[in-house]
Design a binder for this molecule. Structure first.
Ligand SMILES: Nc1ncnc2c1ncn2[C@@H]1O[C@H](COP(=O)(O)OP(=O)(O)O)[C@@H](O)[C@H]1O
Ligand SMILES: [Mg+2]
Length: 321
């Protein structure tokens, strides 16, 4: 079985691989799965209807497409990577996650629109696309409220506004642009500095942790130093997380739940969630679980590439083991 990871840095830049990428590669080897890592820039993406099926141009080679692909670009996936992913999907490569799911999860506002459509609770939110929207935001949400970009991760670009002064400060910082893309969101006071991260793989909740921010901060991201502890998966947590991943079409996801009294609201879903935090407090190996899913759901392609005929003008052929 052969799998690819699409990441910021390919195999010539291993020193910059994250914990997650290195884990997938080393544990893949143990599971009998060969994992290769490429960056989207390595694919020239030639649209050529004569190219032999089951191949893709990479650097100056023609590679046989893998059995499956895992995009791991983080919250902001460039168009180029989505295009490579779409090309692989077009050729029948099993993608976990697919390009549509990645693009949806990247857009926090689109995510909320889809959640609401499925009756999944999520914080009241408004889109700010110019400064004229501010009055409406104040009227609809009141204070405190949260401002965040429609894309982003690790708590970056998120601001808690307790009053109009803070809101104006943030807007001044952002500046008046032609088309702003900001979300103004109800601040879930019950969730101040704490939330749940639910890890879903292949329609199954595999782990859940509580994140508690340090030093009175309100952002509970693990990378910001939050303390993490394993959390029991109740029926409600499972129901919300699985309905979310199904609404967003995600095979692998980290779903963030915010506390709301005795219940929760869904904050967002991450399509390439980090897993150092959850592995540190729950007895789980995320790559192991992903490989189990792959072995259950993906069938290997036949491996015969020697002597592949390469059309004129195409990069030369190569053989992959
Ligand atoms: N509406 C909200 N109410 C309360 N806390 C929030 C809200 N939105 C975000 N947070 C806090 O900020 C953190 C980061 O927000 P999130 O929307 O998940 O962005 P990111 O993609 O940067 O993780 C959340 O984990 C949570 O602790
Ligand atoms: Mg988050």
């Amino acid at each position: 079985m052969r799998g690819w990871i699409l990441y910021r840095h390919g195999e010539s830049d291993k020193a910059r691989w994250s914990y997650e990428i290195s884990s997938f590669v080393s544990l893949g080897r143990k599971a009998g799965i060969s994992m290769r890592v490429f960056s989207a820039d390595q694919f020239p993406l030639i649209i050529d209807s004569d190219r032999p099926d089951g191949t893709i141009a990479m650097d100056n080679l023609l590679l046989k497409v893998p059995d499956f692909v895992i995009p791991r670009m983080g919250a902001v996936t460039p168009y180029r990577l989505l295009a490579v992913l779409r090309e692989l999907e077009r050729q029948g490569v099993h993608a976990l996650n697919g390009a549509d799911g990645v693009a949806t999860a990247m857009d926090k506002f689109r995510t909320q629109q889809l959640l609401v459509r499925e009756g999944i609770p999520t914080p009241r939110s408004l889109l700010i696309s110019d400064l004229d929207d501010i009055e409406r935001v104040e009227k609809e949400l009141g204070y405190p409220l949260i401002l965040k970009g429609i894309t982003g991760s690790k708590g970056n670009g998120i601001c808690l506004c307790e009053d109009r002064g803070r809101l104006d400060d943030y807007m001044e910082l952002v500046g008046d642009s032609k088309e702003m893309k900001l979300i103004a969101q109800e601040f879930m006071t019950d969730s101040y500095g704490r939330d749940l991260r639910v890890f879903v793989i292949g329609g199954e909740v595999v782990a859940c942790m509580k994140r508690q921010a340090k030093n009175g901060r309100y952002k509970a991201n693990f990378c910001r130093g939050a303390i993490v502890t394993e959390e029991e998966v109740t029926e409600r947590i499972e129901d919300l997380a699985l309905r979310t991943t199904s609404a967003l079409d995600l095979d692998i996801a980290g779903v963030d739940l915010l506390f709301d009294g005795d219940d929760y609201v869904v904050c967002e879903a991450n399509s390439s969630p980090g897993f150092k935090g959850i592995e540190s407090c729950c007895n789980i190996s995320i790559p192991h679980k992903v490989f189990e899913l792959v072995k259950r759901t993906v069938t290997s392609r036949p491996t015969t590439t020697v002597g592949m005929r390469v059309p004129k003008g195409q990069p030369r052929a190569t053989t992959i083991k």
